[in-house]
Write a protein that binds this ligand. Structure first.
Ligand code: WTA
Length: 650
């Protein structure tokens, strides 16, 4: 981890008119908040909790820390669904749009807070009528339709844990998650629309359910209207069940530490981790960051382009924005359907004022050409956001210039599934921006950069990003695996024990600005989606032709990283082109289409250390520096490459 001379990047101070109206309008105001949170964290978070959230009963203690297990707002009672809906109903927000939804084919729905509340109450009554209780877990496997947040909020209303599985995941991945959770109910749809084609969700659910004995019933939303298999006694249409219930369903006060949801994410082993979030602290911090980072105002139209199947959608389409009373745009389909201006059409049509997306999407837009955004009136925009991976300064500048017309600050928000809420990001009315940097930690967050020995590093030095103090929205544990939780996040190195280990490398500059450099573990980030190399490898070796596999990330101009798989085949398989095709389809089947390897290289053997570990570092170097020209139809001699490129490993 060397020191690096940095060229000071351009500074973009907050525009004056933006700052004058912002929730936090100056760097001094930010620093005052930050200092207050640092010196009096309990008072600080109690004030935020008091201001942002409705509590049925107040806490006995703000914070209880029995490392590595935290509790926040101990003894308090609240409800996430109540905070996102009911509390808005006795004001003008009752008839304010909560969700402006657009389907990929162009159909539209507008749900006011009053109407969303009605739908959530009805569906919660359906869940009750099916006999579900707080002991149950509900898996939700749906596309981006309003019934997805409805199902989430209905579970939350009753204190039932939900787990949303991204609709791009395969039957196999869905099965693993249902089994790990022991879910009793699955909510899905016949299908969803993506790039003009139907994603057959019910078919995938059926395939998964063949091996999920815990699931008693399945509720199916009719979205595409296509023919699906309905298994009598197990499967029920949403609209049929809806006819049988009433609209009165009070939100149940639950403990602040009542689990709200489990969301699976890739870790460093083949098995995905079930990240567990609880209710009170999560709501406090997702709601507060809507104001701090997105500077949300009553009149904003806010659009986060993420899928609700990932954490960004949980925290910044559903819980944060709805709790804060925002009008949220939600779009079902692909950005390039029917053509590459779909997003800008939506911004123009709904007069979107806050727009939050990923660097991958921005780079894809750059490649398609400026004519797409330039063909639309984007003057409603006032703030832009970025999340999921480091944004390279060139993409940042394009976003700033072509989309924001040099008027809109960009909030580069660093956080993780585990952190629940944004931890490092600008406050757009306060923080001067530096392209490529997520800037400063939010109040209550104390990051540091450390080396392998746990020593704190100074400005300019690259090291591991850690967080020194627990925060309200942090994960509480891994579902069913507290030991793995402890090992993975709190004791990764003996010397970093007690510090939350993010898995990211970063550096901080002399102004205290953080630049995130990427993952240091075996997780690769493709289009902002976390994929574990181990998960990919174990999927590949399950294929009958594969003897061994090693997967590394390769830099990619659009997706940030791309999956590159090194594979050795069993005796007798020599038709490389055909096997490569088969393996791509296999990965799509085992995990999901988004994880499909961009490149498969067949090798005689994999380079290993003397102790038998695959030398991923060497492979990474090969794909990064491209010393070896890759072609799926050739067999590379890794032993030769090893001799040529890296002298002594082990
Ligand atoms: C990366 C997504 C640089 C990082 C919210 C992190 C980022 C992982 C940024 C979490 C950012 C997220 N700049 N890198 N602004 N935001 N990352 O769990 O490597 O899907 O550890 O959560 O994405 O991905 P996850």
């Amino acid at each position: 981890m060397g020191s690096l001379e940095q060229v000071a990047p351009a500074l973009y101070p907050p525009p004056k008119d933006f700052a004058s109206k912002a929730h936090v309008g100056s760097l001094e105001a930010y620093r005052a908040l930050y200092e207050r949170a640092r010196n009096h964290p309990e008072e600080f978070w109690a004030e935020v909790a008091e201001r942002e959230i409705h509590w049925f009963e107040k806490w006995r203690q703000v914070f209880y820390w029995d490392p590595p297990f935290a509790q926040w707002f101990v003894g308090a009672k609240t409800n996430a669904s109540y905070n996102c809906l009911d509390r808005h109903l006795d004001s003008a927000r009752r008839n304010k749009a909560a969700i402006l939804w657009e389907g990929e084919p162009g159909d539209q729905r507008i749900l006011t807070y009053g109407e969303l509340h009605r739908l959530v109450c009805r569906f919660a009554n359906v869940l009750k009528a099916r006999g579900l209780t707080r002991q149950d877990r509900v898996v939700i496997y749906m596309g981006m339709v309003p019934e997805l947040p409805v199902a989430m909020l209905a579970c939350a209303r009753l204190g039932i844990v939900h787990s949303v599985v991204f609709a791009g995941f395969s039957a196999e991945a869905l099965k693993g998650r249902i089994q790990d959770l022991g879910a009793t109910l699955v909510v899905t749809a016949d299908g969803g629309w993506r790039r003009g084609r139907e994603v057959r969700l019910k078919d995938a659910a059926d395939e998964a359910l063949a091996e999920c004995p815990s699931v008693r019933e399945v509720i199916v939303l009719r979205r595409t209207g296509s023919e699906v298999n309905i298994k009598p006694g197990r499967d029920f249409w949403w609209h049929e069940l809806d006819k049988e219930v009433g609209e009165h369903c009070p939100a149940e006060p639950v403990d602040a530490e009542n689990p709200l949801f489990v969301l699976y994410t890739s870790g460093t082993t083949g098995r995905p981790k079930g990240i567990l979030h609880t209710t009170g602290g999560y709501l406090v911090q997702t709601t507060a960051t809507m104001k701090w980072v997105f500077d949300l105002r009553e009149e904003d139209t806010y659009w986060c382009t993420a899928d609700i199947g990932w954490v960004t959608g949980h925290s910044y389409i559903v819980y944060g924005p709805l709790s804060a009373g925002a009008t949220v745009v939600m779009y079902e389909g692909a950005p390039d359907y029917p053509q590459w201006d779909r997003w800008w059409r939506i911004v123009e049509k709904y007069r979107v004022s806050i727009f939050y997306t990923s660097p991958t999407a921005i780079r894809a837009m750059i490649r398609q050409g400026d004519q797409w955004p330039l063909g639309h009136d984007l003057s409603s925009l006032r703030l832009l956001g970025s999340v999921g991976e480091p944004i390279n300064p060139a993409a940042w500048e394009w976003y700033y210039r072509v989309i924001g017309k040099q008027r809109c600050p960009i909030v580069d928000t660093w956080w993780q599934t585990e952190t629940g809420a944004i931890l490092i990001a600008p406050m757009p009315g306060a923080t001067p921006l530096k392209p490529g940097s997520a800037t400063l930690p939010l109040p209550g967050i104390e990051p540091a950069i450390v080396d392998m020995e746990g020593r704190e590093l100074g400005p300019g030095q690259e090291g591991f990003l850690v967080i020194k103090r627990p925060w309200p929205a942090m994960l509480r544990t891994l579902w069913g695996d507290p030991e793995r939780y402890e090992l993975q996040y709190w004791r990764r190195f003996p010397s970093t024990a007690g510090l939350y280990f993010t898995g990211d490398a970063a550096r901080v500059d002399a102004d205290g600005y953080y630049t995130i450099l990427g993952r240091v573990d075996d997780v690769i980030n493709v289009s902002g989606h976390r994929i574990s190399t181990m998960e990919l490898e174990s999927a590949l070796v399950r294929h009958p032709a594969v003897a061994e596999a090693a997967v590394v990330g390769r830099p990619d101009e659009i997706t940030g990283q791309a999956v590159c798989a090194f594979v050795t085949l069993k005796q007798g398989h020599t038709n490389y082109a055909q096997v490569a095709e088969e393996l791509r389809a296999w990965v799509a089947h085992e995990i999901g289409g988004f994880a499909r390897p961009a490149e498969i290289r067949f090798v005689e053997s994999l380079p290993k250390t003397r102790s038998g570990k695959i030398m991923r570092r060497l492979l990474r170097e090969i794909v990064t520096r491209g010393e070896v020209s890759g072609d799926v139809s050739t067999l590379e001699d890794i032993a030769v490459i090893r001799r040529l490129s890296v002298p002594d490993e082990d």
